[in-house]
Design a protein around this ligand. Structure first.
Ligand code: KG4
Ligand code: ZN
Length: 338
């Protein structure tokens, strides 16, 4: 049997990450999260590229060392071509090309959004993998998509956001409440002790399987402004209930569209992916749907939900099997679609 070692490199946004997979199993998975953006309340692209430049070699070095292999053992280099921030992608793309040339091994480009979905195929004990076809709900700070997945690289976006991503809805709502960036995990945390029905937020009417979150954010803003005018301590006094209500409303929007997608496609296998899939309420809602509608749901391990390089490496692994290699003239693609 073949021994395939893939080095994955991820640098699309504000995490510099590298991972080594052996036949689809993780040997190492290193993520350097950039703390510099916290004080700005969001990712500053210029600072992100600089931090990638600083971190990329140490992170890759650490990934190879932890995997306990030599550079000469690596079969191929997989890297994120896009979508993402141009300056960030350039660092990973250029480095991946150079390393591939230097080691004389194949170069494999990976679409970040496909990789989020393919994270479900990392070899893990006690984790069942989805079978084709399935629906993927990809929810992150940059994207909100429902994808029909017919095979590893045969994917079709059947619904997506027309404006903000769901992660932005979480983060911007959190900002309105005065919480630091990224606010999604904090809303999740405070929601655990709040009443989700305390303050109803509207479910925006969006056609087909598409989403819109900019109106949602505005409704949160107006609501808070109005309440604060009457009671300046409104947020402080009701933080948990406000968070729980926001989270409940966002998850309801996602679940309503998923139900519609299941009805339309006849596919009831659902996998969630992306940073927001760490959210406890969406996880609960899916587990309930398994019972209520006999869906078959796939929820990833926490370390594969947010940006990481193991997902890039597993996508690279399946491309390696197909000998789907990239040319050295390949460029970063900030708006990479599939
Ligand atoms: O996939 P990701 O790490 O980066 C992007 O590609 O965007 O996703 C980051 C997003 C942020 O908006 C963050 O607030 C959100 O995922 N997030 C959460 C939770 N954990 C991360 N949102 C809600 N609840 C969570 N537990
Ligand atoms: Zn991502």
């Amino acid at each position: 049997s073949q021994n395939i070692y893939i080095l994955g490199i991820e640098s699309s946004c504000d995490d510099t990450a590298a991972a080594v997979l052996h036949n689809g199993k993780i040997l190492s998975n290193i993520v350097a999260t950039q703390e510099v953006h916290k004080q700005y309340g969001g990712v500053v692209p210029e600072l992100a590229s600089r931090a990638h430049q600083q971190n990329i070699v140490p992170v890759i070095h650490q990934a190879i060392a932890r995997a306990n292999i030599g550079k000469k053992d690596i079969s191929a280099i997989a890297f994120t071509r896009g979508p993402g921030l141009m300056g960030s992608l350039l660092v990973g793309t250029s480095f991946a090309k150079s390393l591939s040339l230097g080691l004389g091994i194949p170069l494999i480009e990976v679409n970040h959004m496909q990789a989020h979905i393919l994270a479900h195929f990392i070899e893990e004990e006690h984790f069942k993998k989805p079978t084709f076809p399935f629906l993927a709900l990809t929810i992150s700070g940059g994207h909100t998509q429902i994808v029909k997945v017919s095979n590893y690289f045969e994917m079709e976006v059947i619904g997506e956001t027309t404006d903000d991503a769901v992660g932005e809805a979480f983060d911007k709502s959190a900002k309105i409440l005065g919480l630091p960036y990224p606010g999604g995990p904090l809303i999740d945390k405070y929601s655990k002790e709040g009443n989700p029905k305390a303050f109803p937020f509207p479910n925006p009417k969006v056609p087909d399987l598409n989403f819109s979150f900019s109106g949602f954010k505005t409704s949160v803003l107006y609501f808070i402004q109005k309440q604060t005018k009457e009671n300046p301590d409104f947020v402080a006094e009701n933080l948990k209930d406000i968070c729980a209500s926001i989270q409940f409303s966002i998850v309801r929007i996602l679940m309503d569209k998923l139900k519609k997608a299941v009805k339309q496609t006849g596919i009831n296998q659902i996998a969630i992916a992306g940073g927001v899939s760490a959210n406890s309420e969406i996880r609960n809602a899916l587990m309930e749907a398994e019972k209520k509608y006999s869906w078959n749901c796939f929820i990833p391990k926490f370390e594969y939900t947010t940006d990481n390089a193991a997902m890039i490496a597993i996508a690279g692994h399946y491309k390696y099997l197909e000998k789907d290699f990239s040319d050295y003239s390949i460029t970063a693609q900030p708006r990479y679609k599939f």
